[in-house]
Design a protein around this ligand. Structure first.
Ligand code: HEC
Length: 242
């Protein structure tokens, strides 16, 4: 009985400490060319010193908490390609901290300042741009009205129904419909301000950067729903502009 209690007590004391130690170690995998460039040896000690998290390079991708390579979020470019980061241990504190640091201004500055022989080898990656896709007008207009009411009427007046006015300064769908290039504007609305900061179109827009979550309730929709909105807007009588 006593022995059992001691074991339980010991477990209680040891486990959190072990977990804490583990949170402060990150196993990182990077392809040989990147390791050989010297970049990691240059930047990682800066991170470790600041955050008390040790980063060890591992040869085996499957054992790594984070993998640098071709998949995931773009971090920087150099050596003829864009380098991306994939987090394999989600929720692991040390790994999340390293990920945040690599994307932060301080981390990016460290990457950009690596210049063996006086030449910078790495620079910022271009933002992942959302893909533009060709959309058709033969979507379901009825569904389009429903989607517009539920997802756009927070800000836009989308139809004549009384009581739904959207935000006064935001153009109504009828006004937008009267513009010659309305179709182009609606097809790509998710790339036009203010929408990119809060809009996700399934399979088209890249996920929000982890360090920049949307400031508003996100607007999520599918390509099918967007085509439905287009079909609905196509049928709106254009507003007479005075
Ligand atoms: C949180 C508020 C908000 C929501 C939600 C919203 N919009 Fe907008 N939208 C705006 C504002 C504000 C503008 C005007 C921007 C400007 O004039 O610079 C705008 C402009 C537009 C334009 C014209 C863009 C241009 O560059 O000409 C289109 C098209 C559009 N919205 C479509 C939509 C559709 C479709 C939805 C729903 C799926 C939607 N919006 C949801 C705020 C919103």
């Amino acid at each position: 009985m006593l022995a059992r209690l001691v074991v339980i007590l010991a477990l209680c004391l040891v486990t959190p400490a072990a977990a804490r130690a583990d949170e402060k170690r990150v196993q990182l995998y990077a392809p040989r060319v990147l390791v050989d460039s010297g970049l990691l040896k240059y930047i990682l000690p800066r991170f470790s010193l600041k955050h008390g998290v040790r980063v060890t390079l591992v040869e085996d991708q499957t054992a790594a908490d984070m993998v640098l390579g071709e998949a995931g979020k773009a971090l920087f470019q150099g050596l003829g390609r864009v380098w991306r980061m994939q987090i394999r241990s989600r929720g692991h504190k040390g790994t999340e901290r390293l990920a945040a640091w690599l994307q932060s201004e301080v981390g990016q500055r460290a990457i950009n300042s690596f210049a063996p022989g006086g030449t910078a080898l790495f620079g910022p990656a271009e933002e992942d741009a959302p893909q533009e896709v060709a959309l058709t007008l033969d979507g379901d207009a009825k569904l389009g009205l429903k989607v517009s009411r539920s997802k756009c009427s927070r800000c836009h007046r989308v139809d004549d129904r009384r009581g739904i006015f959207g935000i006064g300064s935001t153009p109504s769908f009828a006004v937008l419909r009267s513009l010659a290039d309305w179709q182009e504007r609606f097809s790509s609305f998710y790339t036009r301000n203010p929408h990119p900061s809060f809009t996700i179109i399934e399979d088209i827009t890249p996920p929000f950067p982890e360090n920049r979550p949307p400031p508003l309730v996100p607007l999520e929709m599918t390509v099918e729903e967007l085509e439905a909105v287009l079909a609905y807007v196509a049928g709106i009588p254009p507003a007479t502009l005075r």
